[in-house]
Design a protein around this ligand. Structure first.
Ligand SMILES: Nc1ncnc2c1ncn2[C@@H]1O[C@H](COP(=O)(O)OP(=O)(O)OP(=O)(O)O)[C@@H](O)[C@H]1O
Length: 536
């Protein structure tokens, strides 16, 4: 499970929260809790055993189970509400859906033990117990080798998804940690906390999700009173990412050292400014499926016939040969034999909606990036004081961001206020360096080798500005998700860049201490003629 800090949008226990533990031997809904298996953002998962083993009514379910304990203690009321909502969804879904490739939730209980007051009020979900998750499998994988049985696992995951979609549900959080392998190797979908019931063409769920697996449209969605809109096409995108990961031993289809960077790469692809570059190790016969699932346009994804694509990819008793990798990479091959019976069963099971034609990515490989400034203002005026050498990097950084409010003039105004356009600027007292005044440790999370010299350096204007563009873009998305208007964004992202998105959110706007800096940036922005473009 990824550390919380890497998943900023996903609420969890506050920093410094002591590790939450259910003591071994604790009884929950007729099961005795044993060792801890894992932990997620909301609590921990334990192995448990029916106690005594013969207890319970006939057909009471398995003796060995997993108990997920959701800890409400010390969470804010908002977080607690969201958590309860997730637990209720999980139970509601499990009561209505039963399928060999979906983990069953057997019971829900609220812990209340006077001997352990710290556990009071914690919610416990009793589930079928799996042997491991695909996350564990990927942790042991050796990229770019596919994980063992990748084809079969994908077919089973698709069968579970198909069942959900035809029953009118969207999973909403498909990712390796939420695909569990039973002791006999069967794959089952788990974690239905974000699962939502379709109402027409889409459903609503809390605005959570895992950045590495949410589709590009997720980032620009506004949160309404019911949460964000979820569609089956979001599961299709996540399935495409998962397939790429399983078939390449864990490689994500979008490059980046962090989930944020990978999300930005996916967004750049979705807006047509970068082609889809699947890893060279992805077997040729799986490419149509992965490409179709990763269609940038969700309407194209909705038309994907996963059954047909899976049948083609699996091929009856087929051998899957991995193409030679590009220069400097290892050459290797693999064979994946798939039983004809499984294939026949899978093909019969998996008929998703729509036409069989796989969708192509919206940006053809090698297509030039669209010129955003032709449709939206915000280009740096010729006579502005922005040095010629920085104009290209600033334009590129703005162009990579799908948010129209992140314009070249806004970035230029911010850079002028940060460093006066001086690549050698330094403020040792506060530990900020270079043209974009990066704090080195923060830069590392956003670093880009924009000039392709093999080094990511905050002292290199190209790298520093590219990383700044990525961070500013992410800030703009965060503030939009919180419902701020386009007119407010220049001030908010400037304040967020000087402090953090959390500081701005906590202050409910520009914090007092950075107001003079923000006023300076807005002044430069107006000088560059950017106030209209930014909508302020
Ligand atoms: N039914 C289960 N049987 C066995 N192991 C499980 C079961 N459910 C979860 N786990 C393990 O416990 C870990 C934590 O699960 P949990 O659902 O709490 O969080 P997560 O899915 O990893 O992350 P998130 O916070 O995003 O939901 C999983 O990664 C998995 O390894």
């Amino acid at each position: 499970m990824a550390p919380r800090a890497a998943r900023p949008h996903r609420a969890g226990p506050p920093d410094g929260e002591p590790r939450f533990e259910v003591p071994p031997g604790h009884r929950v809904a007729g099961y005795r809790v044993g060792e801890r298996i894992g932990a997620g953002a909301w609590g921990a998962v334990y192995a448990a055993r029916r106690d005594p083993p013969g207890s319970g009514p006939p057909g009471a379910g398995p003796v060995e189970v997993a108990v997920k304990v959701l800890h409400p203690g010390r969470l804010s009321p908002g977080q607690r509400d969201t958590m309860l909502q997730l637990a209720r969804r999980e139970l509601r879904f499990s009561r209505r859906a039963d399928h060999p490739h979906l983990i069953r939730t057997l019971a829900v209980a609220t812990l209340d033990d006077p001997a352990h007051p710290g556990l009071a009020g914690a919610l416990a979900l009793v589930m079928e117990r799996a042997a491991r998750s695909l996350q564990d499998v990927l942790a042991d994988a050796r990229a770019p080798r596919p994980v063992p049985d990748a084809g079969r696992i994908l077919a089973e995951v698709a069968a579970g998804l198909r069942h959900m979609h035809t029953a009118g549900w969207v999973h909403g959080d498909l990712k390796p940690a939420n695909v569990l392998l039973m002791p006999d190797g069967t794959a089952k979908l788990a974690d239905f906390g974000l699962t939502a019931e379709l109402d027409g063409t889409h459903a609503y769920a809390p605005p959570l999700g895992s950045p590495d697996h949410v589709p590009p449209e997720w980032w620009s969605q506004r949160t309404g009173t019911h949460g964000v809109a979820l569609r089956p096409s979001a599961d299709l995108w996540a399935f495409g990412v998962l397939a790429h990961q399983l078939l390449t031993g864990g490689l994500h289809p979008f490059l980046g050292a962090t989930a944020r960077a990978r999300s930005l790469a996916a967004l750049a692809y979705a807006r047509g400014s970068a082609p889809l570059r699947l890893d060279a190790a992805l077997p040729e016969r799986w490419r149509p499926l992965v490409t179709a699932c990763l269609a940038a346009d969700r309407r194209q994804r909705a038309e994907v016939d996963l059954a047909a694509l899976l049948a083609d990819a699996l091929g009856a008793g087929a051998a899957t040969t991995v193409p030679a990798r590009t220069a400097g990479r290892r050459r290797r091959g693999r064979r994946a034999a798939v039983g004809a019976a499984l294939l026949a069963g899978t093909a019969a099971l998996l008929t998703l909606t729509g036409a069989p034609e796989p969708a192509a990515p919206t940006a053809p490989v090698g297509a030039p990036p669209p010129v955003r400034d032709a449709v939206r203002p915000g280009a740096i005026p010729r006579d502005a004081d922005v040095p010629a050498a920085l104009r290209g990097p600033i334009d590129d950084a703005a162009r990579r961001c799908p948010e129209t409010e992140v314009t070249p003039v806004l970035l230029a105004a911010m850079i002028k206020a940060e460093s006066g356009f001086d690549p050698a600027a330094a403020r040792p007292a506060t530990g900020e360096y270079g043209v974009a005044m990066w704090t080195p440790s923060v830069f590392n999370a956003w670093a880009q080798d924009a000039d392709h010299d093999g080094v990511k350096s905050y002292l290199d204007p190209d790298d520093a500005i590219a990383a700044m563009g990525g961070y500013v873009c992410w800030l703009a998305q965060r503030f939009k998700q919180r419902g701020y208007s386009a007119a407010e964004l220049p001030a908010l992202v400037t304040a967020g860049y000087r402090t953090s998105d959390k500081t701005v959110a906590d202050a409910g706007g520009v914090p007092d201490r950075v107001k003079p800096h923000v006023t300076m940036v807005l002044g430069y922005l107006a000088e560059y003629g950017g106030s209209t473009a930014a909508g302020s």
